[in-house]
Every structure is written in structure tokens, then in C-alpha cells.
Design a protein around this ligand. Structure first.
Ligand SMILES: O=P(O)(O)OC[C@H]1O[C@H](O[C@H]2O[C@H](CO)[C@@H](O)[C@H](O)[C@H]2O)[C@H](O)[C@@H](O)[C@@H]1O
Ligand SMILES: O=c1ccn([C@@H]2O[C@H](COP(=O)(O)OP(=O)(O)O)[C@@H](O)[C@H]2O)c(=O)[nH]1
Length: 472
């Protein structure tokens, strides 16, 4: 079996694992890679002065070798906070209004991708499979091809791929799109994302369809398919069952004092629809006065990308909003929203999911949303809670038995909350069983195996002849 090299910006650092949520990418890859073993190259999370970047830090944990690189302060500012999180992230989440395009950041993005290529190059052996993850590293394969790398290289995009009109508003869309053609297999979360990508290729005149899931550009072909990411379904279910014995679980039950728990778990990100959700919760309480004092919303929202201005502004906005609702609706002995900005470890989260009657997963746009899947896996089959899920989360494509909502429709979401809390147990069980079947059939190991199977058996022309249109 070829060695697998995974490359991603975010890596769960071995000594800190479980301490902070690195987000869904790191959580899922950690599970997938632990089973198969391999090398994982990524950012250490540290930034240093230009002349203080040392060699790669090599660590081993179980089956995985980690190769971690520091970046310069300028790199982090231009590549991560700048182009990745102020251009690609908002564009891919349909927030053209928030995209702040700048040439300096764009140049920094391509420069850091060249830097990642230079760090990876000495580690690559002839038959290694290389699997690159996410929007931070789109040009990486093109950089490696320029250095003569002929290995099979796959790419998985964890976030949505937008419709052509949105994508093409980005000034450097040509370079971004054509650099993706340097990969052998391109993976998307949903069919919808893959179709949007194919439409962008057609609109830009970059290549053509040459078969189901196959595209050709010049004399080179590649695969583009959807591979919806999963979770460790069985392991997560076990984690949730065990959580009932912990002291946190008991303290939490005591503090609820018989009130129904509603839960929301999201990085503090504008794509997650947190402000619309709180509006909907307030509307639900006002329209259903009988529910007041009988439910509590626990919103767990770890801070994320705090140096990016839009995220900093959101921190203030959500805290103020939660305070305002508590002030307006709460009573001396009832706080409607418990809002916390800390991250919880996964065993604690699993127990809270299981205790909840309802989960609110209402992003305005989301690549997948693993929280939705974890919530389902954590439920007690005898008395499962209800998943209220945005249509605009990738997870909605698979979890059709959730209560699906349009998060922009605040009153509609409020009504869906009321329906969900009143749902008879037979219906809850039927919906849960159907969703659990899907999660068992497509867990994170299946996701990983399916992608790597396609990357291994891909029919692309060998040796790879990628035409470097960016340098032509
Ligand atoms: O690394 P950060 O900037 O701290 O952000 C955390 C991660 O956020 C995004 O996660 C996505 O991947 C999940 C798993 O596939 C998916 O369920 C979710 O919908 C996505 O938003 C981002 O794509 C990752 O690169 C970040 O590490
Ligand atoms: O306090 C927290 C909040 C979130 N998470 C984990 O972070 C991931 C979030 O992934 P998701 O796909 O939902 O969204 P992302 O943050 O990647 O956009 C999930 O596995 C959560 O269990 C965590 O471990 N602790």
C-alpha cells in the first residue's frame, strides 16, 4: 500500500489534541488518518519573524507522523487571515459583500503555497499518494507539478463551491480554477458543489466533460466527484452513552432542573447563522409563552479567526444579542440562553448532545457540518432528540429526515422549533433510525477509503502533463 501524505493548513497538534476544537476538517482527518497511518504536513499555528522560521518540527503520535511548519507573521496575515479567510471563505459561502480582495493578500496566498510545496518536496517518495485539503492550499498541486512531482495528487474541498456568477466575482478566479486542474481527483462535499464547479469550468472555457465525473483539459484528464464527509459514527455513539456517567452530565442535569435542553454548537462564524438562530429562538419563545421557563438554549460558540475584522465584529454582536434576549425574556429564576465562548472537549459535547431534546444547526451556508451528524449519532434510540437543520448545510443532502428549515426565514424556523419540541416519540424514532442508517453507511472511514480508492485507480494520463497556463 502506498504511503499517504495529507497536507492541510490546520493540523491538530498531538500534545494539544482534544483541548481545542480545530474545526471539522482536523477532527475528521484525525480519525481517517489514525486508521491508515501516514504523514500529515501543515501549519504549526505559530507565526514568527521572517528570519526566525526554523526547520519542520517532526512529531509522531500513534500511526501518524506530523511535519509542522511555522509561518511568518506576514504569511499569516496575507495568506490565512487575508486571502483564505477574507476572500475565498466569504466567496465560497456566498458573502460577496464581505469579500475584501487585495493584491498583496493574493500574492501572499500564492507565495505561501510555494512555501508549502518547498517544505513538502524533500519528504515525497515516488509512490506516495498526496491528499491536499481545503481552500487554503488550492494552488499546491500546481506548485508541485512545476517542481516535477508526478505522484497522484488529490484535493478535497471542505467548504461549498459557489455558483459561477459568485465565483467569477473574485478577481483571480482564472488562476484558482486552472490550478485545480493540476490534481488527479477533486472531491466536493455535495453533488451541488460539484455541479457548480463543472459550471465554472464550462463558463470559463477551462476543459470539458469527457465522461461521468471526468473532465479533460488539453491532453490531461481528471476526476471531479462528490464525497460527503462523515464522522466516526459508532465511536461517537459509544462516547455519548458513556458520558451519562460523568460528573459534568450530572451537574448539567441538576442545573436544568427539568427544563428541556436545546443545543447549538458552532465556531463563531458568520456562515453559521447564529444571529438568525437567536432571533428565531426569541420569536419561538414569544409565540409560545407556555414554553417560556420550560426550555433553555445552550449555545456553545468557541471563538474563531479573531484577528479577522468580520469575526471580531461578530463576537460583539452575538454577545450583545444573547444578553438582550435574556434581558427581555428572562426572569429572576430563568435564563433563556446560556451562551459560552469556550470550546468543549468531544466527550463533554457528546453527552450534551444526548441530553438535548433539540439541536439547532442552522448555517446560512456550510460545506458539511459535522455537528449535525454528531448530534444524531449521540442520541438515545429509545427517546431521540430532534435535529433542526438548515437546507444550506451540506449535511442536509444526506439527512433528509431532519426537520429542514430555511434559516433566513426567522418565523418559519421558530415554528419548526415548536413542531420539533412537540414531535411524538414514534416520529422521532423513525426519523432518527433513517438518519443513523445513512451515518453508518457513510462514516469517515468510508469517506476516506472511497476517495483514496479513486485516487489510486484514477485513469488520468501518466506521466502527468499539466499545462501551466499561469506561467505561459
Ligand atoms: O482552521 P480554522 O480557520 O480554525 O477553521 C476551522 C475549519 O473550518 C472549516 O471546516 C469545514 O470542514 C468541515 C469538515 O469537512 C465541514 O463539516 C465544515 O462545513 C467546513 O466549514 C474549514 O473548511 C477548515 O479548513 C477549517 O480548519
Ligand atoms: O466546543 C467545541 C465545538 C466544536 N467542536 C468540534 O468541532 C467540529 C466542528 O465541525 P463542523 O463541521 O460542524 O464545522 P466547522 O467548524 O469545521 O466549520 C465538530 O467535530 C465538533 O465536535 C469541539 O470539539 N468542541
Amino acid at each position: 500500500m502506498s504511503r499517504l501524505i495529507v497536507v492541510s493548513n490546520r493540523v491538530p497538534i498531538p500534545d494539544e489534541k482534544g483541548a481545542a476544537p480545530a474545526g471539522g476538517l482536523a477532527v475528521a482527518l484525525q480519525s481517517a488518518l489514525a486508521a491508515r497511518g501516514g504523514l500529515w504536513l501543515g501549519w504549526s499555528g505559530e507565526s514568527r519573524a521572517d528570519d526566525a522560521i526554523g526547520p519542520l518540527k517532526m512529531l509522531r503520535d500513534g500511526n501518524i507522523d506530523y511535519a509542522l511548519t511555522d509561518l511568518t507573521e506576514r504569511d499569516v496575515e496575507e495568506y490565512y487571515q487575508g486571502f483564505a479567510n477574507r476572500v475565498l471563505w466569504p466567496i465560497c459561502h456566498y458573502r460577496l459583500d464581505l469579500a475584501e480582495y487585495g493584491r498583496r493578500e493574493m500574492a501572499g496566498y500564492f507565495r505561501v503555497n510555494r512555501f508549502f510545496a518547498s517544505r513538502l518536496l524533500p519528504l515525497i517518495a515516488d509512490d506516495d499518494l498526496i491528499w491536499v485539503h481545503d481552500y487554503h492550499l488550492i494552488p499546491l498541486a500546481a506548485e508541485l507539478r512545476r517542481q516535477g512531482v508526478k505522484n497522484r495528487i488529490g484535493f478535497f474541498l471542505h467548504i461549498p463551491w459557489p455558483a459561477p456568477d459568485v465565483f467569477m466575482a473574485m478577481p483571480v478566479h482564472e488562476e484558482i480554477l486552472s490550478s485545480l486542474t493540476a490534481y488527479d481527483v477533486l472531491g466536493f462535499q455535495t453533488e451541488h458543489d460539484r455541479e457548480n464547479f463543472a459550471d465554472c469550468l464550462a463558463r470559463q472555457g477551462t476543459g470539458m466533460r469527457s465522461g461521468p465525473g471526468r473532465f479533460s483539459v488539453g491532453d490531461r484528464t481528471f476526476t471531479a466527484k462528490s464525497y460527503p464527509i462523515g464522522i466516526e459514527t459508532e465511536e461517537f455513539a459509544t462516547l455519548a452513552q458513556r458520558a451519562a456517567e460523568t460528573s459534568l452530565h450530572k451537574r448539567m442535569l441538576q442545573s436544568l432542573d427539568g427544563k428541556g435542553l436545546i443545543i447549538g454548537v458552532d465556531r463563531l462564524d458568520y456562515s453559521k447563522g447564529i444571529t438568525q438562530r437567536i432571533d428565531a429562538f426569541e420569536s419561538f419563545l414569544k409565540r409560545n409563552p407556555d414554553s417560556q421557563r420550560n426550555v433553555t438554549l445552550l449555545q456553545i460558540t468557541p471563538k474563531s479567526r479573531s484577528e479577522v475584522p468580520e469575526y471580531e465584529a461578530m463576537q460583539r454582536a452575538v454577545a450583545e444579542q444573547a444578553g438582550r434576549v435574556n434581558g427581555a425574556v428572562g426572569t429572576v429564576d430563568w435564563v433563556p440562553i446560556r451562551y459560552i465562548n469556550r470550546s468543549l472537549r468531544r466527550p463533554a459535547l457528546a453527552g450534551l448532545y444526548r441530553m438535548a431534546k433539540l439541536a439547532l444547526v442552522t448555517p446560512l451556508r456550510d460545506g458539511m457540518n459535522l455537528v449535525a451528524k454528531e448530534f444524531v449519532a449521540a442520541q438515545n434510540e429509545i427517546d431521540p432528540g430532534v435535529l433542526l437543520l438548515s437546507r444550506f448545510a451540506g449535511a442536509a443532502q444526506e439527512l433528509q429526515e431532519a426537520v429542514l428549515v430555511n434559516p433566513y426565514d426567522v418565523e418559519g424556523t421558530a415554528d419548526a422549533m415548536a413542531r420539533s419540541l412537540a414531535m411524538p416519540v414514534e416520529e422521532r424514532r423513525d426519523r432518527w433510525r433513517a438518519m443513523m442508517k445513512t451515518l453508518r453507511a457513510n462514516d469517515v472511514f468510508t469517506w476516506c477509503d472511497t476517495f483514496l480508492h479513486d485516487l489510486t485507480t484514477d485513469q488520468s494520463e501518466r506521466p502527468t502533463r499539466w499545462v501551466d497556463t499561469q506561467r505561459a
